[in-house]
Write a protein that binds this ligand. Structure first.
Ligand SMILES: Cc1cc2nc3c(=O)[nH]c(=O)nc-3n(C[C@H](O)[C@H](O)[C@H](O)COP(=O)(O)O)c2cc1C
Length: 238
């Protein structure tokens, strides 16, 4: 089956960000495995804050009252087999741009409540089928545990749409991805190779094998060394 993958990247740094480095390598692997891909940089789009009027649930079911780029983006979302939600970690969560995108996805669900898994109420789905989700994030701190809150959000976010999170790629030490330090080059090339493999596996098998995930999760450089270098680079900042 031909697969359509759409990325929604919520970094305000657009295609100069660390998130973009991860997404680009992942998409290379996906395209090599036959998927057609589209990389939407949300920073270039006009997305207003949700105003909480619930018009998308009352007067115009499934359609938002705000007239901006979200209508087109939600069409792209629903036309995808796999959606990659990509955002750097901002205050333990997604960026404001991505949060607006998530809030404005309200038209995809219906207002009615139903009982979901594990005894938790959720909204009734508006559509029969939703894309499967891959989450991608990177953060400035050295350890993987920094993504604990985001991971919970990602896993809970999909409950209304009965979608499935098929992969999660979280990169601590993210700023190394856009560093041009020569000794990092082989480390970054290796990591991008792992991402290309992950992209291929997601398209072909809809999951990342356990051993590949373990490699992706490893720190790029030892955590202490990273913090020392990071502190060195901030010396002028206080
Ligand atoms: C406002 C703001 C909040 C941030 N909050 C966190 C955080 O909670 N934890 C963390 O490890 N890094 C945090 N960071 C660092 C970013 O996650 C990091 O710089 C990341 O590489 C940015 O990705 P990008 O280049 O794709 O935009 C924050 C950065 C900013 C600007």
């Amino acid at each position: 089956m031909h697969m359509k993958v759409t990325v929604f990247n919520g970094s305000p740094k657009d295609d100069r960000g660390n998130t973009h480095v991860i997404v680009s390598a992942l998409l290379e692997g996906m395209e090599k495995s036959g998927a057609s891909t589209e990389n939407v940089l949300l920073a270039r789009k006009k997305i207003g804050h949700c105003i909480g009027c619930f018009t998308c649930w009352t007067k115009t079911p499934g359609r938002c009252v705000l007239k901006d780029d979200m209508e087109e983006l939600l069409k792209k979302y629903m036309a995808s087999d796999i959606v990659i939600m990509a955002s750097p970690l901002y205050v333990d969560h997604v960026t404001g741009i991505m949060k607006d995108f998530m809030d404005r996805s309200l038209p995809l669900a219906c207002p009615q409540f139903e009982m979901g898994d594990a005894g938790q109420t959720r909204h009734v789905s508006r559509y029969e089928k939703y894309p499967s989700i891959v989450w991608v994030s990177n953060c400035g701190f050295p350890e993987k545990d920094q993504f604990a809150v985001l991971q919970l959000v990602c896993e809970r976010d999909i409950r209304n749409n009965k979608a499935e999170v098929i992969a999660q790629i979280y990169r601590s030490q993210g700023p190394l991805l856009t560093s041009d330090t020569p000794e990092l080059k082989p480390i970054l090339e290796r990591y991008k190779g792992l991402l290309r493999q992950a992209g291929a596996e997601i398209v072909l098998k809809r999951k990342i094998p356990v051993d590949l995930q373990a490699e992706l999760d490893k720190p790029l450089i030892p955590e202490e060394e990273y913090s020392r270098k990071a502190n060195g680079s901030w010396n002028s900042g206080r």
